[in-house]
Every structure is written in C-alpha cells, then in structure tokens.
Design a binder for this molecule. Structure first.
Ligand SMILES: [Zn+2]
Length: 224
C-alpha cells in the first residue's frame, strides 16, 4: 500500500470508529505501519475525524520523529510506537474510549471471555494496564503496556480505555468492536447471574479455528 493510501485508510478507520460508537469528539487514536519504510501513519492530536484530510495524518518514524505532516501527532503516540517496536507482527494499532469496555477499565477488572466471538476474534481476556496513569507517559508505564499486552490483541488502560493491535486496520476495528460488545454482554449477563466463561483451551481452539477458516482471502493468502 502506498503511504498516501495508508493515510487515507487511517482516516476511514477513524471515521468508522466514531460511526460504531467507540469514541466521541476527537477521542481515540488510529495508526498503521508501513513495513517497507518503517513509518507509522498516525492521527493528529485533537482533530475531529469528519473533515480530516490525508495530509493531516502524521507520518512518523519508530522514534516519533515527524517525517511528513503539518500537525502534531496524537499525544498518545509513544504508546503505539513502543508496541509496534515490541511486536513486529502488528500492522496497526487503535485506541478507543468505548464505554462498556472502559467501564471494566474503571473497575480494574479484565473483560472476560464469555462469548465465542470474543474467543474467535480476541483469543483471550482483555487485561487492565495498571496503575492509573493520568500524566505524561513514563518509561515504566510504556513498558507496562507492552508487558501487559504480551502476545495478545488488546489491553485496557485503567480508567481510560482499550488499546487494540492487529494485522491491519480492519483487524483492529473488528477486535475493538468485539471487546466493546463482549463488555456490554458481560454487564447484562452479570445483572442476571454468573456468566459462563470459556476456558483457555476452548478459547484457543476458537481463536485458531477462526484465523484458519473465516474470511475470503486474507488468511488463505498466507497459507494458513
Ligand atoms: Zn484516550
């Protein structure tokens, strides 16, 4: 994908994030990696997505040096570049403030695997990144995000909201929507009783099966 196309794809994902009710105003962040140039296309700080143009999307290197763009990148950029450096498999990262998932972050409680959809697309629970971190990011905090994420697909920043990683922007969006709906279902189910949680084996089975069998081409191209 050309860098111009990647910037356009970042905008389209940001707009969908809003359309799906995962963010309000200029909240959240979207970024995608161009593996050939090792550049990251990332949404600018504090700009609403409706009228965003491709040149508004910042291009930075992995150390956050601005390579192209007229605006300041998202203030959360360091969280994403640290993840990208630690996880070469990741092609995109998005951050939302979706309300049910964030309710779990405010309870300091992981989002459980209580739906097969969560198992299929996320492959596990969504752990909370501790501690509460209201100020500029410290090295320790960034390392904590990377450690809590491990090889997983999502973490939930305490009292803040989810960070989701994926093969590409579509993958991230699917995971972000899934964890939000799982969190909503978990809250409804807990109002009626104790929801059934999938165990680790069933979760892994569901995740691997979905990676292998679902979709039209993406996974087949890799021969998986
Ligand atoms: Zn945020």
């Amino acid at each position: 994908m050309m860098l111009a196309d990647l910037r356009q794809a970042v905008i389209e994902t940001a707009r969908k994030m809003k359309e799906y009710g995962l963010v309000e105003l200029a909240g959240g962040t979207v970024c995608a990696v161009d593996k050939e140039t090792s550049l990251v296309a990332i949404t600018p700080s504090g700009l609403e997505y409706d009228n965003m143009q491709p040149e508004d999307v910042c291009l930075v290197d992995y150390d956050l040096r601005l390579v192209d763009g007229r605006l300041k990148p998202s203030i959360a950029s360091d969280m994403f570049t640290e993840i990208i450096k630690a996880r070469p498999d990741v092609g995109a990262v998005i951050h939302t403030h979706s309300s049910y998932a964030t309710a779990f972050a405010s309870l300091n409680r992981e989002i459980p695997v209580i739906t097969t959809t969560q198992a299929n697309l996320v492959g596990g629970t969504v752990p909370v990144v501790r501690p509460l971190h209201p100020g500029p990011h410290t090295k320790e905090y960034l390392a904590n995000i990377v450690k809590t994420l491990g090889n997983g697909k999502a973490v939930n920043l305490m009292c803040h909201g989810p960070i989701v990683v994926g093969d590409d922007l579509d993958d991230c969006l699917a995971v972000a929507v899934t964890i939000e709906s799982t969190a909503a279902i978990a809250i409804r189910a807990a109002a009626l009783g104790n929801p059934v949680c999938l165990n680790q084996d069933d979760t892994k089975l569901a995740y691997d099966y979905c990676r292998r069998a679902v979709g039209q081409k993406k996974h087949n191209e890799r021969g998986e």
